[in-house]
Structures are given as C-alpha cells and as structure tokens.
Design a protein around this ligand. Sequence first.
Ligand code: ADP
Ligand code: SF4
Length: 687
Amino acid sequence: MTRDPRYDVLFEPVAIGPVTARNRFYQVPHCNGLGRTHPTAMAVMRGVKAEGGWAVVCTEQCDIHPTTETTREIRLWDDGDIAYLARMTEQVHAHDGLAAIELTHMGYHAVNRTSREVPMAPSAIPVLGDDPVYAREMDLCDIADYRRWHRNAARRARDAGFDIVMVYAGHDLSLAMQFLSPRTNKRTDEYGGSLENRTRLLRELIEDTREEVGDACGVAVRIAVDELMGNRGIVADREGRGVLELIGELPDLWDVNVSDWDNDSQTSRFSEEGFQEPYISDVKQFTSKPVVGVGRYTSPDRMVSLINKGVLDMIGAARPSIADPFLPKKIEEGRVDDIRECIGCNICVASDNTSSPIRCTQNPTMAEEWRRGWHPERISPKNTDDTVLVVGAGPAGLEAAVSLGKRGYDVMLAEASTELGGRVARECRLPGLSAWGRVRDYRAGQLHKLANVGVYLDSAMTAETVREAGCSLVAVATGASWRRDGTGRHHSDPIGIAEGAAVFTPDDIMSGQKVPGPVVVYDDDHYYMGGVVAEQLVSKGHEVILVTPAAQPSSWTVYTLELGRIQKRLLEAGVTIVASHAITQIEKDAVQVACVHTGRDRTIAAAGIVLVTARTSDDALYNDLCKDAPALEAAGIRRVVRIGDAEAPGTIAAAVWSGHRFARELGERLPDGPTYRLERVEIPESV
Ligand code: ADP
Ligand code: SF4
C-alpha cells in the first residue's frame, strides 16, 4: 500500500538543535510502571515504539537525586544508573529513533518514603496528598545543589546515549514548574515575585544542561502553559506566553501542555481529541523552535491540519502511542484503517497509579513485549492443527478471534446477539463512553480482512451446538451479567428485597428498560458504572439519589484521574450523593440505608432502584461443556477454555488481554513457575 500524499508533511524531518528527528511523530514522556524495576521490559517497550515509527521516544520522568524519589520510575542518581538506561537508548537507536529523557526533581511531590530525605520546594508547603510531611523552602545553597544534581544527571543522560535531554516544567511534579507557579512560589528573593524571577531557575537549568551536553544532544523543555485553575496558578495569557517571550529561543524544542496530570490526560468521557488546542494554539508565535503538543491525536487528517495551521511542528502522543505503537508506520504505509485508536479510558494511567506495569485496553501487548515476547504487530504462525470455536464476540472473543486469525487458524466466532462488541457495544451508548466503541470497531475492521475467520451473529450456542461445530478448541467468551440481589463488596449476601420493588441492573438500563423515579442508584462497584448510570437517568429527567458505601461515588476512578470530574458532573446535574452508606433493605417505594461507620439508618423514598454492585460470570455454557468429558472427546474437542469476563469479570482491558493470551497460548495450563520473564533484584555478594 502507498501513503496518501496528504500525509507527506507528517514524514518531514525536524531539526532539534544538533539532532534531527526523521519525522514529526514524538512520543512524549509517559509513566509505565516498569521503570527501574523492570528495566529490560521498559527498554524493549520503548524500542518497539521507535520500530513503530515514532521519531522521538521519550522516557518517563527521571529522578535526579535521592531528595526526589518515586518508587518505580527511572532515576539517574549516580553512574550506577547509566547502564540500564543505555539499554533503552540502544533499543530506540536500533530502530532509528531519537531517545529523549525527562529529568526531574519533584519538589513538594516527593514524599521520599524510602530515602527519608526532607522534601524541598520553592516555598515551605505540605507535600501533595495526605502524608503528614512538609517540604522545606529551598535556600540559595539548595538551589545551587539542585542545579548541580541536574547538571550531573544531564551528563549521565548524554553518557547513556540519549539524544535529547529535556528540562521538565510540564506538571506540578517538577521543581521548575513549582518555581514558575504563583501558587507554589511565594519567595521574595531573586527566584520569586516577578515572572522574570520565577523563570530564573528554568533559564538556568536550560543553560546548565546545554553547557553539560554540548553538541551531543538537543535540549528540550516540557512546560505547562496553563494549570486550569485561574489566577491562582499558571495562566496561558500570563506565565504561559510570558515565559516564552522571555526564553522562547533558549531551548531547541518546546513541548507544551496543560497541567496537572488530570488536566493533561483527560479521558474521552470528559474531552475530545485536541482538547488542549485552545491553550497551545499560539505558542509558535513566540518561538522559532519546534513545538510539540498533545491531545489524544489519532486522526492523521487532524495531525496534518495542526502542522499546516502552524499550531505544532511535531505531533506529541503518549496514549495514542500506547494504544498503537505502530501508528506512524501505519500512516506511512497507507494503512490508516489498521490504526488501533486510543479510547481515552486511562487504564494505562491507572496502572501507574496502582504501581502496576502499564496495561492498555486497546493494546494487550503493552509492557509484555519482553516479559512475554508479545509484539504488537507480529504473532507467530499457527503451530497446531486446531480449528477454533470462539463463543461470544465481546472484547475477549473479538480479540481472540482476530489474533488467532492472524496466526492462520481457522476460526468460527459465534455471537448470540445481532451485533459485535458484547459489553462494549452496550456500554458505548452510555453518556460519555462513545469512544469505547473503538475496541469493537478496530477488531471488526481486522476481522473483515481475515478470510479464515467466520463470524456467525444471532447464533446462541448450547453445549450441543458447540459439540456439533467440529472444532478442536473452544474458547468460551460469554461474558458476565450484573447481579440483581445487592451482593457486592459491602454485602457478601443478598439484600432483602420486598415483593413488588422495582429493582434494575445496569444491564436493564443498557437494554433500555424504563425506570420509575425518583431513582436510587446504589454504587458498590466503585468504578465508572454507578456514576454513568446516574448521569443517564438524570438526562432522562429523573430525580437521582446515588448511595455508596465508599466516601465518594466511582471511588476507583481516582486512579484514572476522573474522580474530581465525575463528582463535579454528578453534583452539577443535581444528583444527590449519599456517601458512606449501604442499602440494607429494599422496600416497594423506598430503601433503608445505614451509615457504614455508625450503623445509624434512615429511609430514602425511591420508586426505582438500580443496583450497581457486582457482576457474575455467564459460565453456564462452559460448565455444561466441561461436565460431559466423554461427549467432548467424541466431538473431537481437545480443550475448552473460558476467557474474559466468563472466567472472572473485570475491566475491558483484562478481557482483551485474556483473549489475546488465549490466541498466543491456546489455553495451555499455567506452568508451576513464573508465567513471564523476570528481572531479578541484584543481591550484594555479602551482607
Ligand atoms: P467479555 O468482556 O469477556 O468479552 P462480554 O460480556 O463483553 O464479555 O461479551 C460476551 C458476549 O458473549 C456477548 O456479546 C454475548 O451476547 C455473547 N454470548 C453469551 N452467551 C453466548 C452463547 N451461549 N452463544 C453465543 N454468544 C454468547
Ligand atoms: Fe488509550 Fe485506554 Fe490504552 Fe490508555 S489504556 S492508551 S487511554 S486505550
């Protein structure tokens, strides 16, 4: 296939000081939960990005000193940290990419739980979060120390083979930005007060870095142009432009974004592709240096228009590069239809926030490139004579069928309903979740190209029809259903439900059942569904009371950075939130709720109740098949495996991963030892 000439502009080289990017695709820094604890996995993951066509591949934040300590990201504290980072630059260079590193000191974000060093900040301030720890105000000696540590790290980065060294002022977790923001800088010396003074440290860091790396590396700056909190913080028209006016020509590249992370990485539930444009669109007027920006860009037309309009010189991406490490290659090779578009769900972000190796809803191979040898675009040809029946075309079944098809297996994909997608097809009709349909759309598009995969809609399978299908392997991907009895995390047994009470589940809401109001939505699931169902009911004109045993509805979304926005949206929509309460009894026109701390109870009038508590696997077919082993053998079926939610309900990401794993491993029993390659901790020779 050949590339659409409209996209040629995306493949022009861009000079970044002394180095040149081969095209305009720039993988901006992103956390990955691999870092220095899984350094080879991290290095290979970054190398795969370069292989996929990203001209610049950046690290996550890199701590420069024990006074700035994260538990899992990379660091350059001394020369001992050079070797594992050199492994990353080798991987990126092997695929013609430029390797960039983001040096940081987190200032008042660094709680330093291991090193126990006292955090430092422009001004004395409690550390971020709720640790009972304070940062001290940096004196001039501290600033001199910090500059020296930063210089040392820049030199080590150069020695590790990095091509671009980035000075980081892009989020609140960087000292340089904390000096810029009037919110965190209350100093009265030459580093505080006027914008020129607040920019002083950033200017010095850029100059120090350039002196240290010489012509070996480009010097980039990642900078927040707005904190989206009004005059309290950095504002685009004030600091955002003002800094560029002062030092616009100093670095070799500007990577501009909005801060903090929850603003920078907004989910599709709350923002569209290109949501940062209002804040960054005029940056190029203030500098002749290349400008990079992000905004969950997956559309090549949108990218071209950003370049042609003079908004950006390079297309920055974290999440789109996670969902599809080969996005640039696919555009380059005229395979735009094959792009696996990010759905903007922030499961990747949640992995980092839960200290897990990064996972992605769309890309099951993320972080598995080395650990399991899973390449995002290559999968080994079939090595058995199996024919495979996949029952259920939700995320698990679709992914299994597509990946098995790519291996060359003959596959039958049978789906009871008349559409592909399973839960994704249903959930993407709920408020704010339409982009989630991309999980189905990408795989449906791939299925179209696979002549060896037959898709059978409207085909509810029974044990008998499965046995008649004539396949030797069966994957049961029949999904899960929401419980109707109130059992969940809080209640391990069903709640009492009076005769005639109008009780519904999210499945009922998604299938369009009418709910009488006022409605109590009971969220004991704690992810997105309770909040989304409440939104849906409010949009239909209902009075909604959301009851949850947690301190806030959708409490797990703190990890996807959505918690604050969800509370705001629910409150602004007029939803009454009753937190820290569990439903204890459902009557015909009311629910009894009790405080989870005191047990004190009260009654809330409700004509309809939606129980968002827990899901159970739809595993009847699996159990029916397994209980008749002789019949399976007679039918020539050598193995039946349950995958996705049918095995255990979980995230869409988990279902996709499960389907992918089945395609790679064909449901082999787990080994007794490790299931993936380990990187072991070095033990000193003696104690
Ligand atoms: P997962 O997230 O594990 O992929 P989903 O609930 O999204 O699970 O999808 C399961 C799919 O399986 C649904 O589309 C459902 O209609 C389908 N399904 C369930 N039981 C059967 C069956 N007996 N035969 C065929 N398809 C089934
Ligand atoms: Fe995009 Fe979700 Fe994948 Fe993150 S996890 S890259 S938001 S699809």
